[in-house]
Design a protein around this ligand. Structure first.
Ligand code: SF4
Ligand code: SF4
Length: 323
């Protein structure tokens, strides 16, 4: 393999003498879980088995995870929601934009996105949800397509919903909030319908969902590189909105915050990569492995992950750290 191909596999960024290694756009830091890294290595090893190393073309990159908002608003409205859904107006993703963007991404990635996550807000609020399932599966026949939900509406879903889950092979991933929801009945129903159900949480029975505090520095005075280095989201929770991919959900959703609190945190054109201008998936992988200008607005050192879960009062202090 020649040097330029090797550089595509491993890249090293020097952020103020802290060297960070990227492995196919995947940030390997002291916080990387060994399972994440070994899982990625296994996938690459499998890919290399099929690859002729004398070929000058390197096999396509993959995007490990891509999130898309099907609905901006939510029926739960948790405090500090880092997708800003409690502040959003009712809005569903235009199915034509979804189809156009997935078509383009499918061409760029050759269908190689490991996890395509349909979320929000609460995606189960969407009246034509099955159209999104059909479109996602059409362009990504081999990807894991996962709908992330707060589970409030799951017990009300009809037979068409379960039929579509089977037909388009969609996994439902629920977060167990401390609500009066019959989770056992949901599990039983999914078993009966032979549909895939997973849940967020280390412990399967853990129903205590904490609120996460992801504060913004309104002045934008934070260190971009240090922030990105210490940020879990960057390059992992990649987010698609209107033909652009961002390395995290904060900048693509900040307009909800700006509108609600009459603020003006700006987006820079370098906060995202335009999928219609990117020539290869390598361009996207390269973009996702680096900090973006918006990182200066994140107060990463002040993040908290152990607040008692609660409903939002829609106060600015749920999203801002004032000095
Ligand atoms: S964190 Fe809460 S408010 Fe935000 S999208 Fe999830 S369920 Fe809705
Ligand atoms: S803007 Fe930067 S620091 Fe903030 S969440 Fe995204 S990647 Fe992380």
């Amino acid at each position: 393999m020649n040097l330029s191909n090797l550089k595509k596999v491993f890249s090293v960024c020097d952020f103020e003498n802290k060297k960070i290694i990227y492995f196919l756009g995947f940030k390997i830091s002291h916080k990387s879980k060994i399972n994440d890294v070994s899982c990625r290595l296994q996938k690459i090893e499998n890919k290399f088995k099929k690859f002729d190393l004398s070929n000058k073309y390197f096999p396509d990159f993959t995007i490990s995870s891509l999130e898309v908002h099907i609905a901006e608003h939510c029926n739960l409205n948790c405090q500090c929601c880092n997708h800003y859904s409690p502040l959003a107006k009712e809005e569903f993703l235009d199915i034509n934009i979804f189809e156009k963007d997935l078509n383009r991404l499918s061409q760029l990635t050759n269908g190689n996105i490991s996890y395509l996550k349909l979320l929000g807000g609460e995606p189960l609020l969407c009246p034509n949800l099955i159209d999104y399932f059909q479109t996602a599966r059409k362009y990504f026949p081999n990807s894991n397509i996962v709908l992330m939900t707060n589970a409030i509406l799951l017990n009300k879903c009809d037979d068409n919903f379960y039929e579509a889950l089977r037909k388009y092979d969609i996994e439902i991933c629920l977060t167990k909030y401390p609500l009066k929801i019959d989770f056992k009945a949901i599990e039983k129903k999914f078993k009966k319908e032979k549909c895939k159900l997973t849940q967020i949480g280390i412990n399967k029975n853990d129903t205590i969902k904490h609120s996460w505090f992801y504060p913004i520095d309104l002045k934008g005075e934070q260190n971009i590189n240090a922030n990105y280095y210490n940020c879990y989201e960057g390059g992992k929770c990649n987010f698609l909105r209107n033909g652009k991919i961002y390395p995290c959900p904060i900048p693509p959703n900040i307009h909800h915050f700006n509108r609600y609190f009459n603020q003006n945190i700006p987006l820079d054109e370098n906060d995202s990569i335009d999928i219609y201008k990117a020539k290869t998936i390598g361009d996207i992988a390269d973009f996702l492995s680096k900090p973006i200008p918006f990182c200066k607005y994140c107060y990463v050192t002040q993040r908290k992950f152990d607040l008692d879960w609660g409903l939002s009062k829609k106060e600015i202090t749920e999203w801002v750290k004032f000095d």
